[in-house]
Ligand binder design. Sequence first.
Ligand SMILES: [Ca+2]
Ligand SMILES: [Ca+2]
Length: 414
Amino acid sequence: MFVCVAEIDRGGCGDPGVPAFGRRSGDRFQHGDVLTFFCQSAFELVGEKTITCQHNNQWSGNKPSCVFSCFFNFTAPSGTVLSPNYPEEYGNNLNCVWLIISEPGSRIHLFFSDFDLEPQFDWLVVKDEGLSEATTFGTFSGKDVPSQIASNGHIMRLEFQSDHSNTGKGFNISYTTFGQNECHDPGVPVNGQRYGDQFQLGSSVAFRCDQGFIRTQGSDQVTCIIQDGNVVWSAAVPRCEAPCGGHLTAPTGFVLSPGWPSFYKDSLNCQWVIEAQKDHAVKIHFDKFQTEVNYDTLEIRDGPSVSSPLIGEYHGTQAPHFLISTSNFLFLLFTTDNSRSSAGFSIRYESVKMESDSCLDPGIPVNGRRHGSSFSIGSHVSFTCNPGYTLSDQEPIVCEQNHQWSHALPSCDG
Ligand SMILES: [Ca+2]
Ligand SMILES: [Ca+2]
């Protein structure tokens, strides 16, 4: 939050902020200044709409909040339906009704991104109301996130009821509208890409997971078809996830902790083998590494299996910048215990050509210089730092018989 020091000196009230799901008019906070607050469509303002900076350096009221309305008719072509107070717990004794009204002849698609209601006693009913005969898609309760729903008619009714005790986080539902001879917007998979933006009957769109992720559900390509009289996608949109283990043979790629970019899971035992071409080595770069100290470890071995020579066992944030195998294989084993997770790792790998009589370019420290340009076996290379920086290790590095430098590249620390 930005607070102007000069204004405080002159006796202002300070910036009170802007409510979530709202906006503010007025950006001066001195005596006599007035701020007015507004909420986004479908949200109700709770508290003072207008506050004034008084002579005692206090606002005349607190910043209001914007709470999702219990009754609203949505007419925009896309939007979001939240349980009141989401993502905080909803209240007791609610009886909410929302209507989504699209153009006659169009349809509505619901996507549930979060769902948590007290099982049995609190529930959400979704109905198709744009037809001559209203139908109910389902009554949802508990913690299972409902799968997506597409209407046949142009009006959907959502009813939410909570009883007198016990609540939950509630729900977050997004909707889009689409035509009769069209499929709903399939969205873009998390950790993936979509190719194609035509959703009419007969159109196809393709999906691809980002590097390091694999498809665990759905299909690489879906087509908008007629099935049992309904216009639907031929298959589900893929889910792209970082796999637990694999045999990787691409010249470059990523090894990600399962769950990436979220925290990794408990009780993992994941094995990866990275295989380069013959006469090549595997080089890996630790772009990010953070695990639970002592309990969640990444073991790296110089070869194709769990019995190959150990290079290192890494946990916490202690990982080298990069590692190179002596053969064309590198073995990685990630094990986690049954509690406490962390950010995990993103490791980039590449296949690098090994010279028969030299080591790979060791690099140059940031804010430093390298002395010596021969990387052949037996060569020494030393480093110095720019003025104001200190070298972490004065010892020169030596290219050893196994094509590896005797130790890691030092750093220049400020
Ligand atoms: Ca309840
Ligand atoms: Ca753990």
